[in-house]
Design a protein around this ligand. Structure first.
Ligand SMILES: C[S@@+](CC[C@H](N)C(=O)[O-])C[C@H]1O[C@@H](n2cnc3c(N)ncnc32)[C@H](O)[C@@H]1O
Length: 268
């Protein structure tokens, strides 16, 4: 996808995205005001911001194995931790949004596809300290690095599962009773994205929340997002341009899709 088409997609999003005034659904209106745009400054935000600053200053280099759709930023598999932190993981604004979404859905079981440095994993885990967070990562160096981060930052409710999502996700899903919250952030290609979605649906339930990163990253991801919206089990989707949020809520008879602004007054 060219830079020009990305810019025109973003301009289109800016034109059509709604804020609270344009939302007619009571559930979405409430979620928008009390979760998506909530401005409360949680204690964990400061703690995790300090971890981010440290990672941004970490100049050590690790060798990663590329499992997914590759990177549009990195040309080599030798990467500086500081560069991964700046270009390869969820920015603070979105990590905090994920924290609030987890806090709202109060999950017992969370799955993240793509651990990387483990920073976003710690947002997910901090928002639900009694939940178990399973984070899957294919690159051994990142598995080791993130495990150290979890130890250093006393995040005890995270289990990192090494290996390819293709093999590890079905194994994990088969041993879980139910899945409450999912964050899919790796292997941004259409076919695997839809396959991972079908896999997590097997143990999802009415109140499960499934979040996709980079829904407008490429033509393949745009096509995957369109199929996800059309999926018969999906009742409600929220498109925030960089991420898409899926709800199954079978009590909602009519399907609804919203394109929403993220105003980000939660930034420090
Ligand atoms: C965008 S990064 C994840 C960022 C992380 N969620 C965050 O925001 O902090 C994607 C990660 O997924 C991993 N990955 C991609 N495809 C994979 C696959 N098929 N199996 C296992 N890991 C994969 C990559 O190694 C990379 O670390």
């Amino acid at each position: 996808m060219s830079t020009l088409s990305k810019l025109s997609d973003f301009a289109r999003y800016k034109l059509i995205a709604k804020d609270a005034h344009g939302i007619h659904s009571p559930f979405v209106f409430d979620l928008y005001n009390n979760v998506i745009e909530e401005s409360y400054s949680y204690y964990d935000y400061d703690k995790l911001a300090r971890v981010r600053r440290k990672l941004e200053q970490n100049n050590s280099i690790i060798t990663i194995k590329d499992f997914g759709a590759g990177s549009k930023i990195f040309k080599s598999n030798e990467r500086r931790i500081s560069d991964i932190c700046t270009h390869g993981i969820a920015p603070e604004k979105y990590a905090r949004l994920l924290f609030r979404l987890v806090n709202f859905s109060a999950p017992a079981t969370v799955i993240e596809l793509g651990t990387s440095l483990g920073l976003t994993t710690m947002y997910l885990a901090s928002a639900a300290k009694r939940a178990k967070v399973y984070s899957l990562e294919g690159s051994d160096s990142l598995v080791d690095f993130s495990r150290k981060q979890f130890q250093e930052n006393d995040c005890k409710n995270i289990e990192v599962i090494p290996g390819n999502f293709d093999d590890q996700l079905p194994k994990l899903v088969s041993k879980l009773e139910k899945i409450d919250f999912v964050y899919i952030d790796g292997n941004h290609l259409k076919e695997p994205t839809l396959r991972y979605f079908e896999e997590v649906l097997k143990k999802s339930h009415n109140d499960s929340v499934i979040v996709f990163d980079d829904i407008n990253w490429s033509e393949e991801m745009k096509a995957a997002w369109k199929e996800i919206k059309d999926h018969p089990q999906v009742r409600l989707t929220l498109d925030l341009h960089f991420i898409g949020i899926v709800f199954l809520r079978q009590e909602q008879k009519e399907k609804e899709h919203f394109v929403l602004k993220l105003i980000s007054h939660q930034q420090p």
